[in-house]
Write a protein that binds this ligand. Structure first.
Ligand code: F0G
Length: 457
């Protein structure tokens, strides 16, 4: 498959360190085989996340110089609000410092303890904030999303028939909200179709249930709709985005992904009303005054410019093209991954690549360690290692899949870097049978994957 050439040239570079295998073996051992504990300087290609790790453009850096740092009513704030209205069509747009800040402000306002919140799949922090607000989170992704080997255009979709039966089972009054995560990060950055968004929104409306869009990767989702849903073949990513957001009542957004900034987020409400007043009160307590929301004026400028750049068709074609190029190289080599590739990452099916490692010895983590030792590449486990223990029995929970996620930062790595990744995976595949699983030697009670210590079994 042809690599889609970059629609930009490089104006500034950041050197990265080359290390030897022996050095990497020592670094990862000293990090207790936890890639989060590595020093980023010792990583050659960092695919741990696409969040806040992108390169800003010269326009964004230029906009930063125009940041208005007034405490209230700054010019940069009004520029962001106008962009938010134009792109998303929402009455109220609130900047916050990142995605989880929007979640922290919103969920206690919409969830009554004991209520359910249903999503096509929650991202960890969203699930955590539903729980902290006393809600119960239910994942409801379409069955195709869970079958990594089988191609399906929209693996991120909501399972609408199951959603309907969940509403019937629990009663609409016990469902605080439906959360549409676009793209669906946890099943592999998989898109949600417009047809599915329409159907979900119609069902929610029929039952008077609030629809929240978790919008971190809105532009990548719009691109997939353009490519894969015939009705939208001639629509621009911006036009598609407008319709997608018309199917939600509220959105939370981490702007660290498609809005191309290193820090930032938004919380927006389609129609002005009492929810907006309640949001304002919480924002002032947690994030700062309404017109800066935990960000500097210059951050607001970079975010506004980034919101538009993220929707540029040539950029999106190159961006998704990077995933597809890496996916094609892996397919050629017979390396299993969530097929098709997602918008921001390639999810390697470590469960299939390392079938001799049981789930409670963490195949996704074993592959993460091996990729680091092989070529200094840092990915992360999205599998049973990432699951905390059952709070009642203390038993290791089993994830529906054992993935190693390779998230590609935006506008950062080149084709040659992606070839290094593919070659490393091929080398690992050739010696897969000798790769060992891991056991945890120390762990905290929650979100253990960030800090726990491991050792090879
Ligand atoms: N929602 C989704 C779908 C996300 O992927 C993330 C972050 C958040 C919300 C939270 O946003 O980090 O700005 O507070 N995802 C990153 C990742 C961390 O690596 O996938 P945040």
């Amino acid at each position: 498959m042809r690599y889609m050439p970059e629609p930009f040239k490089i104006k500034m570079v950041e050197p990265i360190k080359m290390t030897t295998r022996a050095e990497r073996e020592a670094f990862i051992r000293d990090a207790h085989y936890n890639a989060f504990s590595l020093s980023a300087e010792d990583v050659y290609i960092d695919l741990q996340t696409d969040s806040g790790t992108g390169s800003m453009s010269d326009s964004q850096w230029g906009a930063i110089m125009r940041g208005d740092e007034s405490y209230s009513g700054g010019r940069s704030y009004y520029r962001l609000i106008e962009a938010g209205k134009e792109i998303f069509g929402y009455d109220y747009v609130q900047p916050v410092h990142q995605g989880r800040a929007a979640e922290k402000v919103l969920f206690p306002l919409i969830v009554t303890p004991g209520q359910y919140v249903i999503s096509n799949m929650f991202f960890d922090t969203t699930r955590a904030h539903v729980g902290l607000a006393g809600g119960r989170a239910i994942d409801c992704v379409c069955p195709e999303g869970l079958d990594s080997g089988a191609y399906f255009d929209f693996k991120g979709n909501m399972d609408v028939p199951r959603l309907r039966s969940l509403i019937a089972e629990h009663g609409a009054e016990n469902i605080a909200a439906i959360v549409m995560t676009i793209t669906n990060n946890s099943v592999g950055g998989q898109p949600v179709s417009m047809a599915n968004m329409r159907e979900t929104a119609a069902l929610a409306k029929e039952h008077g249930i609030l629809v929240v869009i978790d919008a971190a990767r809105y532009a990548e989702n719009a691109f997939f709709i353009k490519e894969r849903e015939a009705e939208f073949a001639d629509a621009t990513p911006l036009e598609i985005t407008r319709e997608m957001f018309s199917h939600g009542d509220v959105f939370t957004m981490s702007a660290k992904k498609d809005a191309l900034v290193n820090m930032g987020g938004m919380l927006a409400v389609r129609e002005d009303g009492p929810l907006v007043d309640a949001i304002k009160t919480r924002v002032i307590s947690f994030e700062g005054y309404l017109t800066y929301g935990g960000l500097a004026g210059r951050d607001l400028e970079a975010m506004t410019t980034g919101l538009y750049e993220g929707l540029d068709y040539d950029y999106l074609r190159y961006r998704i093209g990077q995933m597809q190029y890496l996916g094609a190289r892996l397919e050629e080599a017979g390396i299993p991954f969530q097929n098709p590739v997602g918008g921001h990452a390639v999810f390697i099916d470590a469960g299939k690549l390392l079938p001799h490692i049981p789930y409670d010895e963490f195949p996704g983590q074993a592959l993460t360690v091996e990729l680091y030792i092989e070529a200094g590449i840092r990915g992360c486990d999205i599998g049973s290692y990432m699951m905390d223990r059952d709070p009642e029995t203390g038993e290791q929970q089993r994830a529906p899949f054992e993935f190693t996620r390779l998230a590609i930062p935006r506008r950062v790595y080149t084709q040659a870097h992606l070839d290094v990744v593919a070659d490393a995976l091929i080398a690992i595949r050739d010696r897969a049978a000798g790769i060992k699983g891991y056991q945890i030697t120390w762990e905290p009670k929650v979100l253990r994957h960030f800090t726990s210590h491991l050792k090879p079994v």
